[in-house]
Design a protein around this ligand. Structure first.
Ligand code: PEP
Ligand code: MN
Length: 264
C-alpha cells in the first residue's frame, strides 16, 4: 500500500497555502459547515482567524441526506470562498462531491475535501488524484481503517501525494452522539501510515456542547490538526447549526488547545 509506513517510512508533511499539516504544530481548520452568504462567510473567517485558526473551511457543495435540503451555493459559494481567501489571507478547504467540479474547485481552494459519503467514490478519487492540490480524505461512515487507507491509495496512485486523513466518527450502536469518534484511529494511523491525520469533532459529536472535549482528546492522542464547524450565529445556520461552535466557544477552545498541545 502506498499509504503505508512500509512503503514510505518518513511522515508526510502536507503544505497548503503556506500552512503545514503533519509538521510540529496543530493545524486548526475552522469555519461554517456551508457557505450561506458573503457576509456570513466573512464574519466566520474574521472570528476563526482572530482565534488562531490556520485554514478557513466552508462548503459550497453540500452532500445532504435529503434531496430537499439546502445543497449549497455551489459556484456562487466558490466565488465567496475566493474573495474570503483574498480578504483574510487564509488558505481554504472546501468539499467536492462531483468529479465534474474537481478542476474548477482545485483552482480556487487550497485543500480539496472528500467527504465521508464519498470515501469510496472511485471516480471522484481518481479525478482528485490527478490534481496537484492537497486533499483531505474523510473516513467513511462505516469504513475500516484498512479500507480508508486503501481509498487513500487511489489518490496517491494518481500522483497526488499531498493527502491528509480525517477521522470524523463512525457509525456504531450508540445514538447519544451523531457518530462515534474512533479515537484509536489516531495512534493506529500513526503506527501504520505516513500520512497526517486530523480530527473533525463536530460531525462526530453532532452537538456543540460535546465538541471541545473531543477536540482536546484528539490533540492529546496525537492528531495533527482539527476540522471544526464555527458559525457566527449557529441558531441561524442553514446546515449543522447544532454542532457548530459560537465565536466565543471557539475562541475559548483554541486557548485550551494550546495547553493540551504544549503537554503532548
Ligand atoms: C462536512 O464537513 O460538512 C461534512 C459533510 O462532513 P462529513 O463528510 O464528515 O459528513
Ligand atoms: Mn457539516
Amino acid at each position: 500500500k502506498l499509504a503505508s509506513k512500509e512503503f514510505k517510512p518518513a511522515p508526510t508533511i502536507v503544505t497548503a497555502g503556506g500552512v503545514e499539516i503533519g509538521g510540529n504544530r496543530i493545524a486548526v481548520m475552522a469555519g461554517p459547515c456551508a457557505v450561506e452568504s458573503e457576509a456570513q462567510l466573512f464574519e466566520g473567517a474574521k472570528v476563526v482567524k482572530r482565534a488562531g485558526a490556520a485554514v478557513l473551511r466552508g462548503g459550497a457543495y453540500k452532500p445532504r441526506t435529503s434531496p430537499f435540503s439546502f445543497q449549497g451555493l455551489e459556484k456562487i459559494g466558490l466565488g465567496f470562498l475566493a474573495s474570503a481567501k483574498k480578504e483574510f489571507g487564509m488558505p481554504i478547504i472546501s468539499e467536492v462531491v462531483d468529479p465534474r467540479d474537481v478542476e474548477n474547485l482545485a483552482e480556487i481552494v487550497d485543500i480539496i475535501q472528500i467527504g465521508a459519503r464519498n470515501m469510496q467514490n472511485y471516480a471522484l478519487l481518481t479525478e482528485v488524484g490527478k490534481q496537484k492540490r492537497p486533499v483531505l480524505l474523510k473516513r467513511g461512515l462505516s469504513s475500516t481503517i484498512d479500507e480508508w487507507l486503501t481509498a487513500a491509495d487511489y489518490l496517491l496512485a494518481g500522483g497526488n501525494n499531498q493527502v491528509i486523513l480525517c477521522e470524523r466518527g463512525i457509525r456504531t450502536f450508540e445514538t447519544s452522539t451523531r457518530f462515534s469518534l474512533d479515537i484509536s484511529s489516531i495512534p493506529v494511523i500513526k503506527r501504520f501510515s505516513h500520512l497526517p491525520i486530523v480530527v473533525d469533532p463536530s460531525h462526530a459529536a453532532g452537538h456543540y456542547a460535546l465538541v471541545p472535549a473531543i477536540a482536546k482528546a484528539a490533540v492529546a492522542a496525537g492528531a495533527d490538526g482539527l476540522l471544526i464547524e464555527v458559525h457566527p450565529n449557529p441558531k441561524e445556520a442553514l446546515v449543522d447549526g447544532l454542532q457548530s461552535l459560537t465565536p466565543s466557544d471557539f475562541t475559548r477552545l483554541m486557548d485550551e488547545l494550546k495547553l493540551v498541545a504544549a503537554s503532548v
